[in-house]
Design a protein around this ligand. Structure first.
Ligand code: SAM
Length: 314
């Protein structure tokens, strides 16, 4: 199966040099193809074993084993691989079968992790002097959120987008993206956080009040597909975990398009390379197809897992 996906050897060779080149190149190419195949096979087996480990746990609540398995998965996904290895892994039938479940697990794991931390931070706020200590900093992925927010703010700046009124679809129990956006970007006057989940909205509102930001960040419990306030937004964020597959992502993009004003910016979080094992992928073309002009596509190769796409409604 994997063999069939590889191009025939030496297809790039032509003309008078080909005979000579084949002597030199063939042993190397053969060696490379073999080693790439075994590298992708090792990766597939590792991913399968992480998946088996995670699925045998009684729950995906944060804990030593859960955290270890998720960290292993993330660090494997964010490494640099050559194109063939990525294609071999993503098209491997074992992975193709697993990817949906793997992403669902990541989504549940991320939700539970955020929930636990949000509750902890709310209770810390009652004990700490929040004008001196920033209780949010204790969150394990705090630095990652800072880095992602910096990339998103710079993307907006580069495109001349001024985010005065923001709608964030899928803000979660720990709405760190919205909070950091208000702290790192002085243009922001109002963020409307949307989440379909009642408990996420309840703990997130408590957290935002506890840190004294409820005048800037408002929470709405609703399915993003039903929200009626998109017309007021300068920027609409679509979280990576909203719309668990390609079809649902398109549905969201279409709905946002139909509800917002021409010129409104959208920031869509996506994923590239093996990071696609963690989050669904949105391609620039998907946005074009739904009536947006894509201005920037940014694929981090560092610790930041999500790609960022900025587009404007036509
Ligand atoms: C766990 S959070 C994390 C946000 C994350 N940092 C990201 O970029 O995806 C994702 C949230 O999206 C919410 N969500 C999923 N589908 C949604 C929908 N259709 N409308 C609103 N919120 C949704 C979930 O309830 C969850 O709390």
């Amino acid at each position: 199966m994997v063999h069939q996906q590889l191009p025939p050897m030496d297809t790039h060779l032509s003309g008078t040099h080909s005979v000579l080149c084949q002597h030199v190149i063939r042993p190397h190419s053969h060696h490379h193809i073999k080693s790439r195949l075994s590298a992708s096979d090792d990766l597939v087996q590792e991913i399968e074993s992480i998946y088996t480990g995670l699925s045998s746990l009684p729950s995906l609540e944060p804990g030593m084993t859960t955290n270890k398995l998720f960290s292993k998965l993330v660090s494997l996904c964010i490494q640099q691989y050559d194109k063939e290895t990525i294609t071999n892994v993503l098209e491997d039938p074992r992975i193709a079968r697993l990817i949906k479940y793997l992403r669902d697990m990541c989504s549940v794991g991320e939700y539970l992790l955020e929930y636990q931390w949000s509750e902890k931070i709310v209770s810390d706020c009652k004990l700490l002097d929040i004008s001196r200590d920033d209780p949010l900093r204790s969150f394990v992925y705090y630095e990652n959120y800072i880095e992602l927010t910096k990339l998103e703010i710079h993307t907006m700046l580069g495109c001349g987008v001024v985010p005065r009124t923001v709608v964030f679809i899928g803000s979660g129990p720990l709405p760190l993206s919205s909070i950091l956006l208000t702290e790192m970007c002085s243009d922001v006057a109002k963020v409307h956080n949307l989440d379909i989940d009642v408990s996420a909205i309840s703990v997130a509102s408590e957290l935002v009040s506890a840190i004294g930001k409820n005048n800037v960040i408002e929470h709405h419990q609703c399915d993003g597909l039903d929200y009626k306030g998109f017309t007021q937004a300068d920027v609409i964020f679509l979280a990576a975990l909203v719309g668990c597959n390609h079809e649902q992502k398109l549905l969201f993009l279409q709905r946002i398009h139909d509800q917002c004003e021409p010129g409104t910016a959208v920031i869509v979080r996506s994923a590239h390379s093996l990071r696609a094992l963690l989050y669904p992928v949105v391609e620039p073309h998907d946005l074009v197809q739904c009536g947006f002009d894509v201005e920037v596509v940014l694929h981090p190769h560092n610790q930041v897992v999500n790609s960022v796409i900025l587009a404007r409604r036509r």
